[in-house]
Write a protein that binds this ligand. Sequence first.
Ligand code: CDP
Length: 216
Amino acid sequence: MSIVIAVDGPAASGKGTLAKKLAAHFGFHHLDTGALYRLVALGVVEAGADPADEPAALKAALAVDPARSGDPAIRTKDIGRIASQVSVYPTVRAALFDFQRSFSAREPGAVLDGRDIGTVICPEAAAKLFVDARPEVRAHRRWLELKDQGPSEVEILIDVKARDERDRSRAAAPLKPAPDAYLLDTSDLDIEPAFAAALEAVRPAIEEKLKALPKG
Ligand code: CDP
């Protein structure tokens, strides 16, 4: 049985960095589920389709190749916005479900980050984190990543707030902490202290599961 750590949170909260570091620490696999929704968005754009066209979004979701998750073309502000538009469709979410579930079963464990990991994809996860930060702090972090593409920090703040609102208010798998998630606010924490806090929160549950694994 694989050990799952669910890391959820809004845009640029630091969840991806924390998820990657937790995976490296425990020797687990890591999946950035946001990349899957970004690949759906890229598929829609490449097909010249409209994000409001649900069948076109579903077609793109069924054609997602997770091996393309490293493609820099998905790391733009526009693809982030379109990803949050296509991710409202339950059909799109359902098309990505099996891949995420099988990934979560990889031995000895997996860290998945996204919006609905602790609530929908892996409600049985051994440990759950909900990572958040003030919108201004998140916008600043995202601006540092995207500034070469030209957008101003204010534009990014507007975009981050719009995306949060869409992700929180959608009917299918809205962004919200699982009732048993540990809430971690990284507004005033650099990466290392944030990682130390995340590790402290998940360690007891993960070590208990690791101890229960058959030896050898
Ligand atoms: O990196 P960032 O936090 O900006 O976003 P992301 O994790 O790459 O996700 C992009 C968009 O995909 C989000 O705004 C969500 O609308 C959607 N998403 C989702 O609905 N469910 C997930 N598990 C992950 C992402």
